[in-house]
Design a protein around this ligand. Structure first.
Ligand SMILES: [Zn+2]
Length: 432
């Protein structure tokens, strides 16, 4: 059936081309003299005046013009439209009319009452799979293809959303508008970007907590860090925990490009909600990882590590402390201290932070690995086995051969694997 549509569409297209030729080029003079107005045969006329209609051709060459029937072009147009209609039918029947609409037409249709299908189609055409290394971590994750729309088209999208936002919108509509205003504002510059960003700020006060949470992240626009900061900040005290955490995520994003949110995040370390403190601590660690390492922030994190009432916040603070390149020596002290704690969360954080740092000293790794292989926490044992596999040489394990033989009988598969690998190498060395 698809082929039938394609063949007839193609056939009709050929007919259309042939008709164009017929109307515009086929009736050439070929040496015959004709009146250029009524096309009366003037082969035997001795003047330039037509004996039939009285038209006076100005030059002899005018009698040799090709007869072009421009009115016939309407027929050609009709034939081409029909041919096109038939050609796209298979796609229309499979994916609907929206799938064959040009992007600009789709964008103009966003302003219509029933616009869900147009938003969905636009989504399909602008979102692509993330590529490269990222894809292995987030398979199936989509990002906006910056090439998919021109800047002026993004401008049209944003303007349509600003307009739609003025009407009565339900939760689903508002989610869509928030998302598309954000996409539009990141793909345009100047006054438009600012207008779309400001339009989104009002979603921070939305009645729906899901929208407030998403808005806190979408409004973290580094081009207006002060406005973004002051607008997101009140959500740290939102009645819904998810929204408070969203606000911290927004500030964390903002902190990658601007130092503005750092004091607010430091303030959040004293928040009543432990969940907010955990996320604020992680955010400060992440900001340090991106190059901002103020000493007072480090000292505040040390305080949190020492004195927070919840162990998970202390553990997160230790993780953040380890992200400060400039404070490595002190971080190692804290790690060693935490690794001998009775709290498994602290031991887990200490050894996992160690594995995520570049090697400092093999003796230090060795100390953690040997102690960790016997830990009651499976996570600690996992990281200890990782250290053994990746960073510790068989030679430096030789003095601990007795201990390793004990661990070779461990119930933990990771531990057994790592230990046996080294013991095997020692055995090989003896046989050689
Ligand atoms: Zn004539």
């Amino acid at each position: 059936m698809d082929d039938l549509f394609r063949v007839s569409g193609f056939g009709l297209g050929v007919v259309g081309l042939w008709l164009c030729y017929w109307f515009l080029l086929a009736d050439r003079a070929k040496g015959r003299k004709r009146c250029p107005k009524c096309w009366y045969d003037m082969s035997f006329a001795d003047s330039l005046r037509c004996p039939e209609c009285g038209h006076d051709a100005k030059r002899a060459a005018d009698l040799l013009k090709t007869r072009r029937r421009f009115k016939g072009l309407w027929l050609c147009l009709l034939v081409f439209l029909t041919a096109g209609f038939l050609w796209i039918q298979p796609k229309v029947q499979q994916n609907g009319w929206v799938s064959v609409m040009p992007k600009t037409a789709l964008i103009l249709c966003l302003r219509l009452e029933d616009n869900q299908a147009f938003f969905a189609e636009l989504d399909r055409r602008t979102q692509i799979n993330v590529s490269g290394e990222f894809n292995t971590y987030f398979p199936g994750m989509l990002v906006t293809d910056p090439e998919s729309l021109y800047q002026w088209q993004w401008g049209l999208v944003g303007n349509a959303c600003v307009e739609l936002k003025k009407g009565d919108t339900d939760v689903l509509d508002r989610q869509l508008l928030l998302l598309w205003l954000h996409r539009a504002s990141t793909h345009v510059i100047g006054e438009d970007a600012e207008r779309f960003f400001r339009a989104n700020l009002s979603f921070l006060e939305d009645a729906d907590p899901g929208i407030r949470r998403a808005a806190a992240i979408f409004c973290a626009d580094a081009r207006s860090p002060e406005i973004a900061l002051e607008s997101i900040r009140p959500l740290l005290d939102d009645p819904i925990q998810q929204v408070r955490v969203g606000a911290v995520s927004g500030l964390r994003l903002l902190g990658r490009y601007s130092p503005a949110p750092v004091p607010v995040l430091v303030e959040a370390l004293k928040h009543d909600d432990g969940e907010v403190r955990v996320h604020a601590t992680a955010a400060l660690g992440s900001i340090a990882e991106h190059g901002q390492e103020p000493t007072e922030v480090f000292e505040t994190l040390v305080d949190v590590y020492r004195s927070d009432s919840e162990v998970r916040v202390q553990a997160q603070a230790l993780g953040a402390i380890c992200k400060f390149e400039s404070q490595r020596e002190r971080a190692y002290e804290f790690m060693r201290e935490a690794f001998s704690s009775t709290e498994s969360a602290l031991r887990e954080e200490a050894i996992s932070s160690l594995t995520s740092m570049d090697q400092f000293d093999e003796a230090f790794d060795l100390e953690f690995a040997l102690q960790g292989l016997n830990d009651e926490s499976p996570d600690v044992r996992f990281y200890a086995a990782w250290l053994l596999n990746e960073r510790i040489s068989t030679d430096s394990l030789r003095p601990h051969q007795e201990l390793l033989r004990e661990f070779a009988k461990s119930d933990d598969e990771d531990v057994r694997g790592a230990v046996r690998k080294h013991l095997g190498r020692m055995q090989d060395a003896i046989e050689d």
